[in-house]
Design a protein around this ligand. Structure first.
Ligand SMILES: C[S@@+](CC[C@H](N)C(=O)[O-])C[C@H]1O[C@@H](n2cnc3c(N)ncnc32)[C@H](O)[C@@H]1O
Length: 275
């Protein structure tokens, strides 16, 4: 399942000039093409109860046991996480620019690839992304995301393979993933990331604010705070495209602001890319 994506598939010609808007339109078309809106709505309701609220065993692989749920995950969670990551990368000024070389971002637990892709788009030139996940569906969708956004991307089938894929990445992102790992795995990842961060790798870790989901947060993040990172709680109001917002409302999900915990590198010197 390792694979490199170049520019094989491009976004269709659409009205907005912003590649983010065009990506979200293409995402909707992709996942609503062969399924009824009501099927995806039902699947989203069930996914949000089983995977997100009850945190059923075996994570995503078990949760995505039908086409509707796969579409709901890619569409609703993909869009939300893409827009949230984009806003965080902009607000914390994490984009790479003026380095004189192509930068690389490692996206661990990449899902459909949206966090790494958002970072690549906020860098000039666009960063290369290596996305790692254990779900083959997620990796398939991540490759589609990279192709649709014309980002150079590779995928790896595990976080361990992802950590070995790059000698020292310029950035590492883990969005809504650390809470799915057991404590030993989480500790190993912390140990692997710390030396990189000490040598200048930029970091973005995103988790929901929840004592139930991330009781380990303060202890896990503390060592990074001595290495130019800081932990924050932040509230983000994101605007989903109308069709995805309707899907959420129909599934009974509110459109409240996201309340997030982030661990992030402090004010990097490179400045924002324009993407
Ligand atoms: C909630 S999703 C978040 C995905 C993506 N980062 C995003 O923001 O949309 C968590 C992801 O972590 C992946 N994951 C969980 N445990 C993993 C493990 N042990 N190794 C690799 N990936 C894992 C899941 O397959 C899933 O794609």
């Amino acid at each position: 399942l390792q694979g490199r994506v170049c520019y094989a598939r491009r976004l269709p010609m659409m009205t907005s000039a912003d590649p983010r808007d065009r990506y979200l339109e293409a995402l909707s078309s992709r996942h609503l093409r062969d399924l009824k809106f009501s099927e995806v709505t039902r699947a989203l309701r069930s996914l949000s109860v089983g995977y997100v609220q009850k945190r059923e065993e075996r994570g995503l692989a078990r949760a995505l046991d039908g086409r509707g749920k796969r579409a709901a995950f890619a569409l609703y969670y993909g869009a939300r996480h893409f827009l949230a990551a984009d806003a965080l990368i902009r607000d914390f000024n994490l984009g790479f620019a003026g380095t004189g070389r192509r930068t690389t971002v490692l996206d661990l637990g990449c899902g459909t690839g949206v966090c790494g892709a958002a970072w690549a788009l906020r860098s000039a030139p666009k960063a290369h992304v290596v996305g790692a996940d254990r779900s083959s569906f997620a990796l398939h969708e991540a490759r589609w995301t990279y192709g649709a956004l014309r980002i150079h991307g590779d995928t790896r089938r595990s976080i361990a393979e992802g950590l070995q894929a790059v000698r020292q990445p310029d950035g590492v992102v883990m969005g809504w993933t650390l809470n799915e790992l057991d404590s030993a795995h989480r500790a190993d990842i912390g140990k692997a990331l710390l030396p990189w961060v000490a040598r200048g790798t930029r970091l973005l870790i995103v988790e929901p604010v929840s004592a139930r989901v991330s009781p380990w947060w303060a202890e896990w993040t503390a060592p990074f705070e001595g290495h130019g990172c800081s932990a924050h709680e932040t509230k983000l109001k994101i605007t989903l495209p109308p069709k995805i917002a309707l899907l959420a409302r129909s599934a009974g999900l509110g459109l409240d602001p996201l309340v997030l915990r982030v661990l992030v590198s402090n004010a990097p010197g490179g400045g924002n890319g324009s993407g």
